[in-house]
Write a protein that binds this ligand. Structure first.
Ligand code: DX5
Ligand code: ZN
Length: 232
């Protein structure tokens, strides 16, 4: 890629698919199993038709891993809660382009809190919707399912959007992350299209043991690394 080195490959297990009765153990297990980041799905029952957890639960998970906490806010409004998610220990805070009328302000607020700023696009939202904030973001999160639930099938039209966004981001240090339906089968196409950060919930947590998580993370990493011309 002219002007910038490829962004490193990142596998980010989504805690949404973990056993909520033992969140600390689950965070430690995926950390030990080789997760690069921990992906935290925050849902409000308004922006998406499901409710998950908020800043106090993230704060409780924080001491269990030193890895990057990648917080995905599926909430509207988001601005009143950004400080709470920053204080809870998030390293990256991602807001949805569809969550409010003042996306630029939300991204500025995240950076003013000293955190990396991400913007996410629902499957129905075109890449052009974030062209005006491309210099305000550290990460672009492409939803490859309609947000709200784990375990849904990957929507193939996300691939073209990933390529478009990678071209749009060229020369900038922006991670392109994909979320929804990521498995060892879809990971190669996703990486080949230009995404470098892969979120996976059900494909990581199936099996329910640290050993299973390790094998699951490796399978996704190997598939993506192969498509990048790397050995994992
Ligand atoms: C969906 C969430 C995802 C979800 C992915 O709204 O943003 O992070 O956990 O789950 P899988 O990997 O099972 O599709
Ligand atoms: Zn997510």
């Amino acid at each position: 890629m002219p002007g910038s080195a490829p962004r490193p490959l990142v596998i980010a297990p989504s805690i949404l698919a973990s056993d909520f009765s033992k969140l600390g153990d689950e965070v430690r297990a995926v950390d030990q199993a080789g997760a690069d980041w921990i992906h935290l799905d925050v849902m409000d029952g308004h922006f998406v038709p499901n409710i998950s957890f908020g800043p106090d639960v993230i704060k409780a998970m924080r001491p269990h891993s030193k890895k990057i906490f990648d917080t995905h806010l599926m909430i509207a409004p988001c601005d009143p809660y950004l400080e709470a998610f920053a204080k809870a220990g998030s390293d990256i805070i991602t807001v949805h382009a569809e969550a409010g009328p003042h996306l630029h302000r939300s991204l500025q607020a995240i950076r003013a809190l000293g955190k990396k700023a991400g913007v996410s696009l629902n499957p129905a939202t075109p890449a052009a919707a974030i062209e005006h904030v491309i210099d305000m973001v550290d990460l672009i999160l492409v939803m490859s399912v309609n947000p709200g639930f784990g375990g849904q099938a990957f929507i193939p039209s996300a691939l073209e959007k990933i390529s478009h966004l990678r071209a749009m981001a060229a020369g900038r240090p922006i991670d392109i992350e994909v979320d929804g339906g990521v498995t060892p089968d879809t990971a190669a196409k996703i990486a080949a299209a230009g995404a470098n950060a892969l979120v996976a919930g059900s494909a990581v947590f199936k099996g329910g043991t640290e050993g299973a998580y390790k094998a699951n993370i490796s399978a996704i990493r190997n598939a993506a690394a192969g498509a990048r011309g790397e050995t994992a």
